[in-house]
Ligand binder design. Structure first.
Ligand SMILES: Nc1ncnc2c1ncn2[C@@H]1O[C@H](COP(=O)(O)OP(=O)(O)O)[C@@H](O)[C@H]1O
Ligand SMILES: [Mg+2]
Length: 419
């Protein structure tokens, strides 16, 4: 069973389904796309009791958790108590994502490279520390704030306003009752996912999200408008560097602290002149990054077995990484990210018939025989090929065949790497 309803979960379910070992596959709650790779189950991702109960009654052999909310709420702990295999971190291990203050203090203790910082619940002290760092400076709400809790302050007035809005005006409620004030890092952002079990890790190809709504990194921040995998200049040596300097120390630290990490560790990195430094951790697969990663992983690997082994405490060695690149283009509803027009018909899905292209569904649902929009990010049109250039060409050719009134997508996913 895959838990969640976005493009990430469609990609996970699609990859898992390709295993000859899968007899039945459920997605809770899923979307119109997941209904074509398995059976959708009408249970919300945050209804932990109902999910455990369903897994018990249907003897689900393996459950893979997509989104962060159920992880923070302890879904993996609950499945363990019920003796059902579940891939993901415990609530204690998911604090690496759930609290930025916890993650920063953890990294400091275990010497994982990250920006200089301090944590505050007092606004005057936070302001003084921001002054000591100088502008630009970064202010982060401690808890989950739906991607809106980070302010890159270009001057100290802006830093003061961000600090006050979080600590004094409680703009993010409890999530902003503590703030991290940190050094601004320069470089290129890269994401590295690793499938982990205790101190073992299987490091996956690098990837890169595109956070801003419009071309050339303009417009408001979003959940992500497209992704590529791998990042061309991140070679095996660079990836090994991340594994040895970041992934392994984190796993060793979590084990030493009595909260061993099982599941996906996502390191959001800034590749600075001094090498990669951690901006943040997520404790699950990224979305849309997963939509670009899964098409690479299904070539030569049984993805279901990877999840099963990791959930059982043993990460398989010898991941096959094909010499391929993937590009995922997010098609978003009119008004996204501020709002999202819903119930708009999606046409042309069956015109995409390229064997190296897959349209992952995010905010979609079926109404009779039609597929309509049901959220801000609607589809992830993904293609893979020997080169990034060719993958992008195929993905854009497919995106052009799909019609949703008012919808839009970026036309430059991966372009910065193309010559
Ligand atoms: N120390 C930093 N220096 C420069 N940019 C940063 C820094 N921290 C975060 N950012 C930028 O802000 C974005 C969001 O920060 P992140 O820590 O990933 O939080 P979240 O994803 O929870 O919003 C990052 O993707 C990066 O572009
Ligand atoms: Mg982030």
């Amino acid at each position: 069973m895959v838990v969640g309803s976005g493009g990430r979960e469609h990609a996970l379910a699609w990859a898992i389904r390709r295993s000859p070992r899968v007899e039945r596959l459920w997605i809770a709650p899923g979307n119109a796309g997941t209904a074509s790779v398995g059976e959708n189950v009408d249970i919300m991702a945050t209804d932990l009791a109902a999910l455990v109960d369903f897994a018990r009654r249907h003897r689900v052999d393996l459950t893979v958790i997509g989104p962060e909310a159920p992880l923070m709420a302890g879904i993996v702990d609950r499945f363990r108590d019920a003796n059902r295999l579940c891939y993901g971190p415990t609530a204690a291990a998911a604090r690496l994502e759930g609290s930025k203050a916890f993650a920063k203090e953890f990294m400091q203790r275990h010497r994982v490279p990250t920006a200089a910082f301090a944590t505050f619940d007092d606004a005057a002290r936070a302001r003084a520390f921001a002054r000591s760092l100088g502008a630009p400076v970064v202010i982060k709400a401690d808890g989950l704030a739906a991607g809106k809790g980070v302010v890159i302050a270009n001057d100290l007035d802006e830093a003061d306003r961000a600090i006050d809005s979080m600590l004094l005006d409680h703009r993010f409620g409890e999530a902003g009752s503590r703030v991290v004030v940190e050094e601004f890092l320069r470089g290129e952002e890269v994401s590295v996912h690793a499938m982990c079990a205790g101190e073992q890790a299987l490091v996956l190809p690098s990837s890169q999200d595109h956070k801003r709504a419009y071309d050339n990194d303009r417009g408001p921040n979003t959940g992500g408008m497209g992704a590529i995998a791998p990042v061309p200049w991140v070679d095996s040596q660079a990836l090994q560097h991340v594994e040895h300097e970041i992934i392994r120390p984190v796993l060793a630290g979590m084990a030493a602290d009595g909260t061993p990490f099982t599941g996906t560790l996502y390191a959001g990195l800034m590749w600075t002149a001094d090498g990669p430094k951690v901006l943040e951790f997520n404790t699950r697969f990224g979305d849309p990054e997963t939509q670009a990663l899964m098409p690479l992983l299904v070539h030569g690997n049984d993805v279901c077995t990877l999840f099963e082994k990791a959930a059982a405490g043993e990460v398989p060695t010898g991941l096959v990484i094909p010499a391929m690149s993937a590009v995922a283009i997010v098609v978003a509803s009119k008004g996204y990210p501020e709002s999202a027009e819903r119930d708009v018909e999606i046409r042309g899905l069956d015109h995409v018939d390229d064997a190296r292209t897959m349209v992952f569904h995010a905010g979609t649902r079926c109404v009779d025989a039609r597929v309509v929009t049901a959220g801000g990010r609607v589809l992830g049109v993904t293609a893979w090929s020997e080169s990034l250039t060719d993958a992008a060409r195929h993905a854009y050719a497919a995106a052009e065949k799909i019609h949703i009134d008012g919808a839009f997508y970026r036309s430059d996913i991966g372009r910065r790497h193309l010559t």
